[in-house]
Design a protein around this ligand. Structure first.
Ligand SMILES: Cc1cc2nc3c(=O)[nH]c(=O)nc-3n(C[C@H](O)[C@H](O)[C@H](O)COP(=O)(O)OP(=O)(O)OC[C@H]3O[C@@H](n4cnc5c(N)ncnc54)[C@H](O)[C@@H]3O)c2cc1C
Length: 416
């Protein structure tokens, strides 16, 4: 492992730093820095969507959007390590990219790999420039971890496909223009073989988006219903029946982008404990607090060096593998433990959630409410453990009794 930039990387970093310093929306820096690492981003004097789109557009015009994408699709053709350097230098302004994570990190690479040329030219540049927002329509009420068990279906009708069914937990569907959609096109073959992926116009007739209210009071994800929605065959991604393989491209990119930005909450907890007074004296001198902080410091450093290992691999031109799942698994549960311990330290006051009433501007309350999602979205803890067990440690695979059974022969309650 070598933590230093090569001369070429140092030159690139200097160029990035100088462009960001001259062009970033400095008036938002304070608000962005204060927004909790995981939870609501609050900025004053402008709305988050306009600010996010404006920053993305500015980056695109100067050739700094979607760095690793080819130039013809609105990117820069940069190497993976240059992308890491950009992320490090973009700092708090990177929080403005949250709106585009699914589009840039998952939908774009899938469209780039599997769509026809004219479809790629139509959709990728506006996606890179933040002009159009995308979502990912995979999970269904009975198909989350086991997404291949999905039931939404598409039937061929001339040059179109007719889609009926329902998705759930679709992040950002309420403000999305397009989405990538996986549906069943053949129920007569085993579940992984009868799926096909499409680009869906979220404004098409028959698409109904219903926001889901979360415990935090926000509505970031949705149910999406399809009633006789028409999709032209030109908007198919990959071959008919090959949707499972296409979805693996999306999921690999999803886990890579989630694992690569593992957020632990430790720096915020360290700062909080450093100034907190308990009845017994400064929190930082309390043995129970010190013991917890020591454990989290050790894990945070473990994650930091695991990330450095990934960065070193990228620097050598290698692609990170399934070991990247470790970041999401460890950071997700640590984030939740830290938030809950912070609320314990606050005592009765910990039940207050409003920014102006709660301790530490309510940041730990927000994380406590949102952190369970971090352990579910993009693959649950158990699914991550299965990946690490099977693909990193080489242990025997999970038992999959329905793998080779035609989908319509799998026994199930309430099958139509
Ligand atoms: C914040 C957030 C955003 C999301 N955004 C999107 C999105 O944009 N698009 C989208 O399509 N989906 C999205 N999802 C859905 C997400 O992908 C699913 O919630 C996730 O895959 C788990 O599926 P499930 O909720 O159906 O739970 P289930 O799969 O029903 O799991 C229930 C429990 O069983 C366990 N389990 C399941 N299978 C196994 C196994 N083989 N071995 C051991 N344990 C197992 C799970 O770990 C879990 O504890 C999002 C979810 C969250 C929380």
């Amino acid at each position: 492992m070598n933590f230093d930039d090569t001369p070429q990387e140092a030159k690139f970093r200097a160029e990035v730093r100088s462009w960001i310093s001259a062009n970033a929306p400095k008036e938002l820096e304070g608000d962005l820095a204060k927004s909790s690492a995981r939870g609501r981003i609050t900025i004053t004097n402008t709305d988050l969507m306009s600010a996010s789109k404006a920053w993305q557009k500015k980056k695109a015009q100067a050739g700094w959007a979607c760095l690793s994408w080819p130039k013809e699709f609105g990117g820069r053709g940069a190497s993976p390590i240059e992308r890491v350097i950009w992320d490090q230098e973009e700092g708090v302004y990177g929080k403005l990219s949250a709106l585009f994570i699914i589009g840039h990190g998952m939908c774009g690479p899938t469209v780039m790999t599997y769509a026809m040329d004219e479809v790629r030219s139509r959709y990728l540049p506006p996606l890179a420039a933040g002009e159009e927002i995308w979502c990912q329509l995979f999970s269904e009420p009975a198909a989350g971890s086991d997404v291949a068990g999905l039931r939404s279906k598409a039937e061929k009708d001339g040059e179109d496909w007719i889609v009926n069914g329902q998705k759930i937990w679709t992040s950002g569907a309420h403000h999305s223009d397009y989405g990538i959609l996986i549906v069943r096109t053949d129920p007569n073959v085993p579940k992984h073989q009868g799926l096909t992926m499409f680009i869906l116009d979220m404004k098409a007739p028959g698409v109904e988006v219903r926001p889901i209210k979360q415990v935090s009071g926000e509505s970031n994800f949705n149910e999406v219903y399809f009633t006789n929605v028409r999709i032209p065959d030109s908007h198919r991604l990959g071959n008919v029946g090959d949707g499972w393989n296409v979805s693996l491209t999306t999921l690999m990119n999803e886990r890579y982008s989630i694992g690569a930005r593992a957020i632990t909450g430790f720096p915020e907890m360290w700062d909080y404990c450093s100034s907190l007074m308990l009845d017994s004296g400064p929190a930082i001198e309390d043995r129970a607090v010190r013991s917890k902080l020591a454990t989290w410091a050790t894990r945070t450093n473990g994650l930091k060096y695991t990330t450095y290992r990934t960065i070193s691999a990228l620097s050598r031109g290698e692609r990170p593998g399934p070991e990247n799942s470790i970041g999401k698994l460890v950071a997700g549960s640590m984030l939740q433990d830290i938030a809950i311990f912070a609320l314990d330290l606050q005592g009765a006051v910990g039940v207050l959630v409003e920014d102006d009433q709660a301790e530490a501007a309510g940041q730990f309350q927000k994380v406590a409410l949102s952190s369970p999602a971090a352990r579910i979205g993009g693959g649950t803890d158990e699914v991550m453990r299965n990946i690490i067990a099977e693909r990193v440690l080489g242990l025997p695979g999970d038992i999959r009794v329905d793998k080779n059974v035609p989908f319509n022969k799998i026994p199930t309650k309430g099958r139509a």
